[in-house]
Design a protein around this ligand. Structure first.
Ligand code: HEC
Length: 142
């Protein structure tokens, strides 16, 4: 047998072996199902939960970031008399004032019947971050 023929046979075998690789594993339907079941369970949580579990709608992402970083320090647990997101009874009369009033109170500060809301949550949040934070809390409290 010539060297060239031996190499050719060797290459053919190598290609044949490689072609017989195992197929890619596919996520089993059971795993996919249990993940979405968990999501449904979270979505059904009682409204008084201060910070909602996943999922967060795309338009809420910016607001959730601001909330997690700043507003949630008080609003997460209702510290100092702050309304918690999801506490609809507390938010209803506030929402009734109109969104512009809420943005303004969050921006310049607000001394209400329950406590003091510091301007910009006591932080350096920009106007658009404040708006996103208010929108986020209100969207969970309607
Ligand atoms: C240091 C604690 C604290 C932080 C931080 C804080 N708040 Fe507040 N916030 C309060 C308190 C207390 C009230 C309730 C005041 C009242 O009604 O007596 C309040 C009320 C509000 C209201 C309702 C105002 C109204 O007119 O009823 C809005 C809107 C609000 N906060 C937005 C925000 C946003 C947005 C952030 C984050 C950028 C934030 N707050 C961070 C304490 C805080």
């Amino acid at each position: 047998m010539s060297v060239a023929k031996t190499v050719a046979i060797f290459l053919t075998c190598a290609v044949a072996l490689a072609a017989c690789g195992k197929p890619e594993p596919v996520a089993s339907p059971a795993v996919v199902q249990s993940a979405s079941a968990a999501r449904v369970a979270f979505a059904g949580a009682p409204p008084v939960v201060p910070v909602p579990a996943t999922p967060v709608a795309p338009e809420q992402v910016a607001g959730k970031l601001v909330f997690d970083k700043t507003c949630g320090l008080c609003h997460g647990a209702g510290t100092g008399g702050s309304p918690r997101p999801g506490d609809k009874a507390n938010w209803a009369p506030r929402i009734a004032q109109g969104m512009d009033v809420l943005y303004e109170h969050a921006r310049v500060g607000y001394n209400g019947a329950y406590g003091y809301m510091p301007a910009r949550g006591g932080a350096s949040a920009t106007d658009s971050e404040i708006k996103a934070g208010v929108d986020y809390m209100v969207s969970l409290s309607r």
